[in-house]
Structure formats: structure tokens, C-alpha cells
Write a new protein. Structure first.
Length: 636
């Protein structure tokens, strides 16, 4: 009933009530002042009522001129109290000046002083009481969110003051690391130590914790937030109020950095005219929705092929790539874009696509590439990476394609995991086809890790830095070869010009990059510091987790043992490696196919060990010991 009455008042009615209050308080406080000074002995007849009435009228006019009734009760704070003080002072001055002229006996100075003081107290006190009453009435009509504020500094105090005017939110207390604030009240709220925060959340039924510490670095705020979320409490972060209006720095973000900055070398020179083999041709890219496949598509447009066939198993990835290409200006390329949804393990679909679109060049980028996933799903990895490559390569040869380029990985060199072994088997069967093909030129492009590709270490580190760390590293001495996505795509395209049959091309990628150094560079590029023994107060810690099954400390680019041979491009090298005979490849594929059809992982691993030289398999852990599941085909 009371809630409906208060919420139903119109603005004009609220102003009238407050104005009437100001008028009525003047005679009330004047009478009280005279009674107090006379110790209650002053008769009512001795009170100058006509003067009091005039004083009330003047007070009402003054209140109206100063707009006191227009100040919302929920916003009645420090500035409004100062205005009320000025109002009470003006009424008191008028009484002091008018009393000698209107009264036979002037008022005693004590009476005027007492009246002014009581009038001020009554004006401010009534509004504060009404303010709390109105907020309480509003809160009865809707659910409450009980908030704990982490940080009793300036931002926290400002937040508590603002939340008091919100009927849906009730600030309960502060938590602060400063021991001098313990057992004191700040902005009307108690301050507790952070060690008590879990008990406070439970005992005071806290719904949300707001981190009001803008000076604290984002990684440290993120660590606090994760700890509180584990307790089951929602957490929000508040920048400084100055930052909200542009007067202070907003919460730090990872600034975009050119990936080549992490490599410490110049990028790969590129001239689309030097890849004339693609001009006017029909080109199919398998795994087109993956990181490398998508970049190949973008780079190929500059070579002006007649048609680009985008072959991809992921509908979402294919949709996103087609939408990106459709947004290009009409005059950007006259290349026909053909999206095809299908799997490289579907022989009929692959052959139908090649023939229907008269494909002349195949760039085979489809693969399961994430080492831990393939290690725990070995049959799926072998089916896709080995048998899928066999299906696409055979279909390309039978369709009369002029070029087939397999995109491989440095993990295929002396592999220690099933993903690398599957890619090595794919290389071996492509090399075998190259020795027996008179129409199709088969080539292999092998490179290291790609900065920024899905599942690579850079996006992982960026995510961990955004969450406040720690940044996880499998080993302190682990190193990897790196290149950018654009470098990798350009290497593949240029290698297509050099392919004669069976070559394995690798990029001169300089020296391997220490992953610990990369992690430190990324932390510092984000504007943070590394937390270690030399800097215990740093923002983000680097944590060593241990090598994963099948992971090597250092990768290699060639298993031949000899020097890499030159090609027409100074940054592209060629390696010669001993392959398998036609009979050996046939036996390996037969054993592998039988093991996959029988769902026999042991037999599949035995076949891989027999036919992949230098395969040093790590112990296989069962699903549940770590990451499990499957990955979609993407760039190797």
C-alpha cells in the first residue's frame, strides 16, 4: 500500500510536499527554540505568531528560489546539505534583520542563533530520514542484490555512495588490504580483511563482489576475480570514475602487436606475379576454413586464378570464409568462389568435386593438427591425415590435376607423437605417388609453428594474459620454429612454382625461438611485468607444467642429416629424404586401413612404428587423463 502511494506520486506533488515541509519546519523550530531557551516556561501567547507566519512565508519563498524542493531525496548528499545550510542561514539573517522593525521587543541573539541551528538540523535531518524511508520503500517492492566492495579507496567510496541511491542494490561492507582501515567505518560501511572474504560472502549472503581497485593491474584483478568465482560469487571490475569520462587510463588491454616482431627477422618477400602457375587455373584448397587454408585463399586471390574451390568439413568455418570473401569489392577479383562442404575421407565427394569444377591444382591443407587431441584419438587422426591424404592425392592424379601440394609440419621429422607420425606417413605416400605419376606434380611443403593459427601458442598465451595468468609453459628450455600465417601461405604458393615431383620444401626460418622468451615478450608487450624470483611483485607468472605426451623439446626441419639445398627463392630450401617403395607403401596402407576398420589402436600403432622411421612414441594415456575429444580438419 505504502509502496504504491510513494511510487504513484507525480513530480509536482513531490515538490509540493517538500515545500510544505520547509514552510512548516520554520514555526516548529522557532517555537522549540523559545521553549528551550526559557526552559519550557514561555507561554504560547508570548510567541509573536504574526512574525513567525511572515518568517514561514519568507522561508518558503527562499526554498523555492534555491530549488530545494526539486532536489531528489535519493540524490540528497553533500552538495544538497550545503545548499540547505545556506537556506537556513538566509532565513536566520532575515529574522535577525526583520525582528527589530516588526516586534516591539527585539528577539534575543540566543533565540535567533538557536532557531537557525534547529532549523538547519530539522531541514537536513527530515530530508535524510525521508531519503532512507523512500529507499526502504522502493526496496520492498523488488529483489535486492547484496554487494561487497573490494577496495575502500576513493573509487570504492564513490561506488558505495552511488549504490546507496539504487533501490535494487545494497552495499554491505568493504574489503581492503590496508591494515589501518580495519575496524573503522568508511562511507558508513565496515572494512574487513581479505582473509575473511569467504566467510563474509557466506554469512552476509553476498551476491556480488565489485573490485574497485583501478590502480591494481588487470592480471592481479583477474586472479582475485577467479578466486572469488570459485567461492560461487559473481565478480565485477570497476575502473576509476575519472577513467569513465576519459580523465584517466582505462583498464589495460593487450595491444595488437605484429607477430613478426616476436621472430626478430624480416618477413618473406612476396610477388604474386612470381606465382603465375595459378593464374587462370581452377584451384582447390582442402581444409579451406582452417588458419592456413583461409590465408591461402586470401593470398591466391592476388594470383587471379579462374576458380577457387573451398573444400571444408566445418559448415561454420566455410560460412565465415565465404562471407569474408563475399564482402570484397566486386572489382577486387574476378575469381569464381565455390564453397564445398565435405570430408577428405569421402572418396566419392572428393572425386565428384574435382571433376565438376575441373580442378587443376590441389592445395591439401586439411588435417587434424593438435598434438594432444590426436594423441588421444589416434585412429581418427590416422584416418584423416593419412587415408584422407591418400584419397585426395589419388583423386587429383586420376582427375588429371597438374599439381598436388601437401602442407606438412616439422613434427613429421623424427616424430614423437601420432600427429607427427601421421603427417610423415602422408609425406611418404605423396613421395611414392610422385615417382609414379607422369601427369601430376606432387610436392610437399614443411614448416614449423604458425603464429596466430588456431591452437597455436600465441592465442593461448594471449588468452592466459587476458585472464591475468599464469602463462603455462611445458618446459623451461622448449624451443620452436615459427613463421607468420602470411609467410606460411606465401611459401606454399611459391613452392608450387618449383615443384617437379616429390620435393620436400622447407623455409629458412632462422633459429628456433625459446618459448619462455616468447611468453615474456608477450607479457611485456601487453604492458605487464613477469612475476618471478627477481620480481616477486610482477603481474603475471610463468608456470612450468611439464612436457605433454608426444611433445619434444626441440623440433627439426629435415631428417636427411645433410645441408638443405637451394631453390630459386633465397628463403626456400629443399631437402632430400629416403622414402618407401611402392610395395612398402601399399603394405603400410593395407595394415593401417585394416586397423582403423577394426578400431584396433594397438595394431594401428604397430603399423606406424614399422613404417615410420625414427618414430619414438610416448606412452599413450587414456581419455580422462587429460584433454580429450576431436578436432576438426584445419591447416597443419
Amino acid at each position: 500500500m505504502l509502496f504504491r502511494f510513494v511510487t504513484g506520486l507525480e513530480t509536482g506533488q513531490k515538490h509540493a510536499i517538500l515545500l510544505a515541509l520547509d514552510v512548516l519546519l520554520i514555526p516548529l523550530t522557532f517555537v522549540v527554540a523559545m521553549l528551550v531557551l526559557s526552559a519550557g516556561s514561555a507561554p504560547l501567547g508570548a510567541i509573536p505568531w504574526s512574525f513567525v507566519g511572515l518568517l514561514a512565508l519568507v522561508g518558503g519563498l527562499t526554498s523555492h528560489v534555491l530549488d530545494l524542493p526539486r532536489i531528489r531525496l535519493k540524490s540528497y548528499e553533500q552538495q544538497a546539505i550545503l545548499l540547505s545550510t545556506a537556506y537556513a542561514g538566509l532565513v536566520g539573517i532575515f529574522a535577525a534583520l526583520a525582528a527589530p522593525m516588526l516586534l516591539d521587543t527585539p528577539l534575543a541573539p540566543g533565540t535567533l542563533a538557536m532557531f537557525t541551528m534547529l532549523h538547519l538540523i530539522a531541514t537536513v535531518g527530515c530530508r535524510l530520514v525521508m531519503r532512507h524511508a523512500v529507499i526502504a520503500i522502493y526496496r520492498q517492492g523488488q529483489p535486492q542484490h547484496r554487494v561487497l566492495i573490494y577496495g575502500a579507496g576513493q573509487t570504492g567510496v564513490q561506488l558505495a555512495t552511488a549504490l546507496r541511491t539504487d533501490p535494487e542494490v545494497e552495499p554491505i561492507a568493504f574489503v581492503d588490504d590496508n591494515p589501518t582501515l580495519r575496524k573503522v567505518m568508511v562511507a558508513g560501511l565496515p572494512v574487513y580483511s581479505p582473509v575473511r572474504i569467504e566467510d563474509l560472502i557466506r554469512e552476509r549472503r553476498i551476491d556480488r563482489v565489485v573490485l574497485a581497485m583501478p590502480s591494481l593491474s588487470r592480471p592481479k584483478q583477474a586472479r582475485i576475480a577467479r578466486r572469488l568465482e570459485e567461492v560461487g560469487c559473481e565478480v565485477s571490475t570497476l575502473p576509476s570514475f575519472a577513467a569513465l569520462i576519459g580523465e584517466g587510463p582505462l583498464i589495460d588491454r593487450i595491444q595488437p602487436v605484429d607477430p613478426s616482431d616476436y621472430l626478430g627477422r624480416d618477413g618473406l618477400d612476396w610477388d604474386a606475379n612470381r606465382s603465375a602457375v595459378y593464374a587462370g587455373r581452377s584451384v582447390m584448397i582442402t581444409g579451406a576454413g582452417g588458419s592456413i587454408g583461409a590465408e591461402l585463399t586470401r593470398q591466391l586471390l592476388a594470383c587471379r586464378p579462374r576458380r577457387l574451390v573451398l573444400y571444408e568439413i566445418s559448415e561454420l568455418a566455410l560460412y565465415q570464409l565465404e562471407r569474408e570473401l563475399s564482402d570484397l569489392p566486386d572489382d577486387a577479383s574476378d575469381t569464381e568462389i565455390v564453397p564445398v562442404l565435405g570430408s577428405v575421407t569421402d572418396d566419392v565427394a572428393v572425386r565428384r568435386t574435382l571433376l565438376a569444377h575441373e580442378v587443376e591444382i590441389v592445395m591439401h591443407a586439411a588435417a587434424y593438427k593438435h598434438v594432444p587431441i590426436v594423441e588421444r584419438n589416434q585412429l581418427a587422426g590416422l584416418r584423416n591425415n593419412v587415408l584422407g591424404t591418400k584419397i585426395v592425392a589419388d583423386a587429383a592424379r586420376d582427375a588429371g590435376a597438374s599439381h598436388f601440394i601437401l602442407i606438412s609440419t616439422d613434427k613429421a621429422v623424427r616424430p614423437s607423437n601420432m600427429m607427427g607420425a601421421s603427417k610423415r606417413l602422408a609425406e611418404l605416400l605423396v613421395q611414392d605417388l610422385a615417382t609414379r605419376s607422369t601427369t601430376t606434380r606432387f610436392g610437399i611443403v614443411r614448416f614449423g609453428n604458425v603464429l596466430g593459427s588456431s591452437g597455436s601458442v600465441v592465442p593461448l598465451f594471449e588468452e592466459q594474459i587476458t585472464r591475468g595468468g599464469p602463462v603455462t609453459l611445458t618446459h623451461a628450455q622448449v624451443t620452436r620454429y615459427f613463421m607468420t600465417i602470411s609467410e606460411a601461405a606465401r611459401l606454399v604458393l611459391m613452392a608450387g612454382n618449383f615443384t617437379q615431383g616429390g620435393e620436400v620444401f622447407v623455409l629458412d626460418m632462422g633459429t628456433p625461438v625459446p618459448i619462455r622468451q616468447l611468453a615474456r615478450q608477450m607479457i611485456e608487450a601487453a604492458g605487464y611485468t613477469v612475476c618471478d624470483e627477481s620480481n616477486p611483485d610482477g603481474d603475471i607468472e610463468i608456470v612450468i607444467t611439464g612436457l605433454r605426451p608426444g611433445e619434444k623439446l626441440h623440433e627439426e626441419l629435415s631428417a636427411g642429416g645433410g645441408p638443405l639445398m637451394p631453390t630459386p627463392h633465397p628463403k626456400i630450401r629443399r631437402t632430400e629424404e629416403i622414402g618407401l617403395s611402392e610395395i612398402e607403401i601399399a603394405a603400410a596402407l593395407k595394415a593401417l586401413s585394416r586397423a582403423i576398420d577394426d578400431s584396433d589402436e594397438a595394431a594401428a600403432r604397430a603399423a606406424v612404428r614399422r613404417w615410420v622411421a625414427d618414430y619414438d612414441a610416448a606412452p599413450v594415456r587414456k581419455i580422462g587423463d587429460g584433454i580429450s575429444g576431436t578436432a576438426r580438419p584445419g591447416a597443419s
